[in-house]
Ligand binder design. Structure first.
Ligand code: MF3
Ligand code: CO
Ligand code: CO
Length: 269
């Protein structure tokens, strides 16, 4: 996929101005898809039904799902409920009152990837769960808001971790954000529990995701025998948000903001 003009700095691809437009389009489809699904997240709905709606939406918007066929994965989304940290597989599991669910979609539009996820509360959610969703969103935004040329990748994780620990929740270390663009997973690895001053220095034109997973209990995870589903080892609740972003000349552009402002934790259907 590399062209002769492809440029990398510190191992990370530098994109051109027109590439931002490609990412904007992909990011907006992914985000609109998560807006669409919000009203369907309610008790007694099967997660496979949500995935069907997502695949239909993606197709109707001139996009493709990046997850279908990815390393043998067969669905248009990951739906990770309660103690599931990430990569929950849609199936016949019914949502129930009080669940918290992360829905993660990655779409491809004109070759560009838009990768985003949000938390949804199913009906009325306990205070602790609701607070975890809020803290996770705010932790992601704490990481994103400091992005600008000259900072290091590790500074993002440091900001996330500082915010998480202040709020007495742990940060998962087993899964990272990632570079993306014309490819789904690229350099850099965005470690959400990093130390400030570590990692590659950011430059304009770098694209990557910020997608912290925060747990009410310990940070450790286990993969279930299906080979995908990651859960907290202590079975405590976990939450995640994800945006795809680009480093600009003087800051950051979020490609996956919601067209209708629904990108914060979604509660009560
Ligand atoms: N969207 C996930 C991410 O944030 C990757 C899911 S890969 C899948 O990187 F195969 F599990 F869908
Ligand atoms: Co991602
Ligand atoms: Co994702």
């Amino acid at each position: 996929m590399d062209t002769i003009a492809a440029k990398r700095v510190n191992g990370i691809r530098i994109h051109e101005a027109e590439d931002f437009e490609g990412m904007r389009k992909a990011g907006q489809v992914a985000s609109a898809c998560l807006d669409m699904i919000a009203e369907h997240v309610k008790p007694d709905v099967a997660t496979q039904y949500l995935d069907d709606l997502i695949l239909e939406f993606v197709r109707d918007h001139g996009a493709a799902s990046a997850t279908v066929g990815y390393r043998g994965y067969r669905h248009g989304s990951c739906i990770s409920i309660n103690h599931v940290v990430c990569h929950g597989i849609p199936g016949n599991r019914l949502l129930k009152e009080g669940d918290i669910a992360n829905i993660d979609v990655t779409v491809v539009v004109d070759g560009w990837h838009g990768d985003t996820s949000r938390m949804y509360g199913v009906g009325d959610v306990k205070r602790k769960a609701s607070r975890l969703m809020d803290v996770t969103y705010d932790a992601m935004m704490a990481g994103i808001s400091i992005i600008k040329p000259g900072i290091r990748v590790g500074d993002i994780g440091a900001a996330i971790t500082q915010y998480a620990h202040k709020n007495r929740v742990s940060v998962v270390e087993d899964f990272c954000g990632h570079g993306l663009g014309r490819v789904f997973h690229d350099e850099p690895n965005v470690v959400h529990s990093a130390r400030a001053g570590t990692g590659a220095e950011l430059q304009p034109g770098m694209f990557f995701t910020v997608e912290p997973m925060l747990n009410l209990g310990r940070k450790d995870t286990v993969i279930l025998p299906d080979g995908w589903t990651a859960v907290t080892r202590d079975r405590s609740l976990s939450a995640q948000f994800e945006h795809s972003v680009g480093v600009t000349e003087d800051g950051v552009e979020i490609f996956t903001t919601s067209p209708t402002g629904l990108h914060t934790p979604h509660k009560a259907n």
